[in-house]
Ligand binder design. Structure first.
Ligand code: ZN
Length: 271
């Protein structure tokens, strides 16, 4: 004979469970209740193109290879699709299917590559450039590129690569609003440009090397000067980040957040 009986609280617990279940269902059916996540579902993925130069100096290649691994991780779960090239495309048709082009220490040199890139950007293309991608001097002979970058030519750099205290210039921007006011970025070589992009009304400077670093360097020492390292030209969907030299580019969570924010902002739009 089964003499088992439920504990007196058993029925109360069952009743509570049933009630909670009903409440949860009612909540799920209430379409006015906001849901805190936006899962990708069937949303169309964006397409990215990464360009690097295996023949560049070894410290740039080190950064580029780590960058490819970093961005590959951001694509987990097929968040986006991407291609990798070691040459800049020579036609607009090869570029236009990408929502974002990331140049890792590489930039167009041939006239056909330059024209294709200019057309891509002028027709709303998205661009992220790292470090030597922004290097230009009197021998570059590409005036449009200076107008696009929003800065002058290369002026000087610290040497050897070293960490730097940086200051966020504005938190009123999607790329910087989750960043602290100041943080230390991992070791890199940093370029100062002349004139500074800050003097260009089309440019919004987002992050700068702090003057507190001066004198900045050991062999080559930067003593003074305005030193923006992350900025955007408001006339294009672009962001330039000056970091990109050596094998420490991805060791710091704060810098990784900055890079993720930058990629997200260009790839997903200005939100
Ligand atoms: Zn470098």
């Amino acid at each position: 004979m089964n003499t088992h009986t439920h504990h007196p609280l058993y029925h109360l617990v069952v009743l509570c469970c049933v009630l909670l279940c009903c409440l949860a269902k009612a909540k799920a059916q209430d379409t006015t209740t906001p849901y805190p996540a936006d899962y990708a579902g069937d949303r169309i993925r964006f397409h990215a193109l990464f360009i690097w130069d295996p023949s560049a100096e070894s410290a740039h290649v080190e950064f580029d290879q780590q960058a490819l691994r970093f961005f590959h991780k951001l694509s987990y779960g097929e968040g986006f699709t991407y291609d990798v090239r070691t040459q800049c495309p020579e036609s607009f048709d090869s570029l236009k299917r990408y929502d974002v082009v990331v140049m890792l220490n590489a930039l167009p040199h041939e006239a056909s590559q330059r024209n294709a890139f200019q057309q891509y950007m002028e027709q709303g293309g998205g661009w992220i450039g790292f470090h030597a991608t922004g290097y230009n001097d009197k021998d570059t002979h590409w005036p449009w590129y200076n107008q696009f970058l929003g800065c002058g030519t290369f002026l000087c750099n610290n040497w050897p690569p070293q960490p730097a205290l940086v200051e966020v210039d504005t938190h009123q921007h999607p790329v910087t609003r989750s960043l602290p006011q100041q943080f230390v970025v991992p070791a890199s070589e940093f370029y100062q440009f002349s004139p500074s992009p800050r003097l260009n009304p089309d440019v919004e400077v987002l992050v700068s090397i702090s003057p507190k670093n001066y004198p900045f360097g050991i062999k080559d020492i930067v003593l003074f000067g305005d030193f923006p390292i992350v900025w955007t030209n408001k006339h294009y969907r672009m962001i330039y980040l000056n970091m990109g030299h050596g094998d420490e580019g991805f060791i710091d969570a704060t810098q990784n957040l900055l890079l993720t924010n930058a990629f997200r902002w260009i790839a997903l739009g200005k939100e």
